[in-house]
Design a protein around this ligand. Structure first.
Ligand SMILES: C[S@@+](CC[C@H](N)C(=O)[O-])C[C@H]1O[C@@H](n2cnc3c(N)ncnc32)[C@H](O)[C@@H]1O
Length: 206
């Protein structure tokens, strides 16, 4: 059976599943699967989601933290409202130099977990897309270092390629444990992969 056929079926499978289970995106299952393996979002946590629209990951974060937690979603695009009162979404650019301070104004205390599925518009040129994705992930890391509490966790999308090694090296300076995660819901043909960084070291400065 051709690989592309299997990939298309898989894409369709998660698309339908998301519709049936009332999730806002197919991407939702990437976070669900990562959390099933590594339980990095806990009850009562403060979670900040960078590049959060349309809000599938926010739905999962909300369920995981419960009503004594808090979730903030950040995206360039507006996000349809949620019924819960322990979530807020803001329209903002994660590459804005003042974004970390801006985010701190919206969360009750420093975050326990920062997650980022932020993705650039795909150009189709592999090197360009890889570089843009690593740029966004680097920006997400900078934000995480400023808004996470010590021992907090960070989970971000990257694309595999020549710049990934240096990015991982930088992350390792700041976190005790760093893992690469490829959830089943992420297509095998895609160079997308996630970096999970656990237990931020104290006194982090870029
Ligand atoms: C793959 S989608 C996220 C899907 C989300 N995890 C979900 O489950 O619904 C990537 C998002 O990143 C956002 N994004 C890209 N660049 C951004 C930037 N500079 N600042 C904020 N958001 C950005 C896009 O607008 C898009 O909504």
């Amino acid at each position: 059976m051709p690989k592309s056929w299997i990939q298309d079926r898989k894409q369709e499978y998660y698309y339908r599943k998301a519709k049936e289970e009332n999730y806002r995106s197919r991407a939702t299952y990437k976070l669900i699967q990562a959390l099933k393996k590594y339980q990095f979002i806990c009850r009562n946590d403060i979670v900040v989601d960078l590049g959060a629209a349309p809000g599938g990951w926010l739905q999962v974060a909300l369920k995981s933290v419960g009503k004594r937690g808090f979730v903030l979603g950040v995206d360039l695009k507006p996000i349809d409202p949620f019924s819960q009162d322990y979530i807020k979404t803001i329209i903002a650019d994660v590459t804005d130099p003042n974004i970390a301070n801006h985010i701190l104004n919206f969360i009750p205390r420093k975050a326990d977990v920062v997650i980022s599925d932020a993705a650039p518009n795909i150009s189709g040129t592999w090197e360009v897309d890889h570089a843009r994705q690593i740029d966004l992930a680097t920006q997400a890391l900078k934000i995480a270092l400023e808004i996470l509490r010590p021992s907090g966790d960070f989970f971000t999308k990257v694309f595999e390629g020549s710049m990934l090694k240096d990015f991982i090296k930088t992350i390792k300076k700041h976190f005790m444990i760093v893992k690469l995660v490829k959830p089943k819901a992420s297509l095998a043909k895609s160079s997308e992969i996630y970096v999970l960084a656990l237990d931020m070291k104290p006194d982090n400065k870029e």
